[in-house]
Write a protein that binds this ligand. Structure first.
Ligand code: IMP
Length: 309
């Protein structure tokens, strides 16, 4: 995920980055965990010339393309901090359109909190193994899906049907990226768990009739496909003009029933994933990213088996 750059902005190389300070490496470990792209010392900015000769230049430590932000890390040495403040002031005067921030070690986490990682950036999230899709990756993909739906439903007024509760974050973001008049409705169902199968039970039915409507069934994740298969049969009976499926995540490797899916955000591996609405025993829904859970952690929190071994 990390983007490593040489002296020119945007130039990437596979060479391992040599950091000048340990604190810089620590900062990149936090950025990598949250899948925030970074470039180390991406560019040198001229600050002052005398008689056509460059007498002062400044190379910020990092550029974070997702946030369009340059970062300079400080050390504890007060003399250096004062020097850096001066450089940053001159940088801001000369490049007023660029964003730069001087960060102290204790500021790393508050920076991430400010840019949407929420309260979870301040504590290690127990049970989380790896962030699969970052805040900005989710934003970008949902934007693309919204644009595609807007194109393909031009002239129509689709009805988006969400399946509670995992779909809440995705639905809320998706509809704001669809530039068409639309309606939404939700249903709640009892899901298949463990060995127990059988029909999906509707706990809360739709309020809107589907007859003659262009319906898009919106799901958080399709795993075996059994839930979706039963839902599609149930909704088809209500005679919509069209019925398509949009899922944020597709755990295709686990599919038992072949179901047609028109719009897929991301394919995910055979792991239990949480965040951005998805839960494990009602927890983790408010993580702003999607992450896998540690299997050991899950095992100790399960009486019954959920997800793959
Ligand atoms: P399916 O019937 O096996 O396709 O299961 C779909 C439902 O199972 C989803 O709507 C989720 O509620 C739940 N589910 C399956 N895999 C996961 C996961 O990795 N994390 C969270 N929920 C999951």
């Amino acid at each position: 995920m990390s983007a490593k750059a040489g002296t020119d902005e945007g130039a990437e190389s596979d060479e391992p980055v040599r950091f000048a300070h340990e604190s810089e490496e620590e900062f990149t470990r936090i950025l990598d965990f949250y899948r925030v792209a970074w470039q180390y010392e991406p560019r040198t900015f001229p600050l002052k010339e005398e008689e056509g000769r460059l007498v002062e230049a400044f190379t910020p430590d990092f550029y974070l393309p997702d946030l369009d932000l340059y970062i300079e890390l400080t050390t504890l040495k007060q003399s250096l901090v004062t020097q850096k403040h001066g450089k940053i002031r001159r940088f801001q005067e000369r490049y007023p359109d660029l964003q730069i921030k001087l960060l102290h070690r204790s500021d790393y986490l508050s920076l991430l909190a400010k840019y949407g990682f929420g309260p979870f950036s301040e504590v290690e999230v127990a049970g989380i193994e790896e962030v699969l899709f970052s805040v900005s990756e989710l934003e970008q993909r949902v934007d693309e899906l919204g644009a595609q739906i807007s194109r393909e439903y031009r002239g129509k007024e689709p009805l988006l049907v969400g399946v509670l509760r995992g779909v809440t974050c995705f639905m809320a973001d998706l509809i704001r990226h669809i530039s068409l008049p639309l309606e939404i409705d939700f249903m709640a169902i009892s899901s298949f768990e463990g060995e127990r199968g059988g029909a999906v039970r509707i706990l809360k039915d739709l309020d809107e009739p589907l007859a003659g409507r262009d319906v898009i069934l919106v799901e958080d994740i399709v795993d075996t496909g059994m839930t979706l298969n039963t839902l599609l049969q149930e909704l088809q009976v209500r005679r919509p003009a069209s019925l398509k499926v949009c899922t944020l995540l597709d755990k295709r490797v686990r599919r038992l029933v072949d179901v047609p899916i028109e719009y897929v955000g991301f394919e995910v591996p055979d792991e239990f994933v949480v965040g951005y609405g998805l839960d494990f025993r009602q927890k983790f829904r408010n993580l702003p990213f999607i992450a896998t859970l540690k299997r050991d952690w899950m095992r100790t929190h399960l009486e019954t088996k959920i997800g793959p071994e």
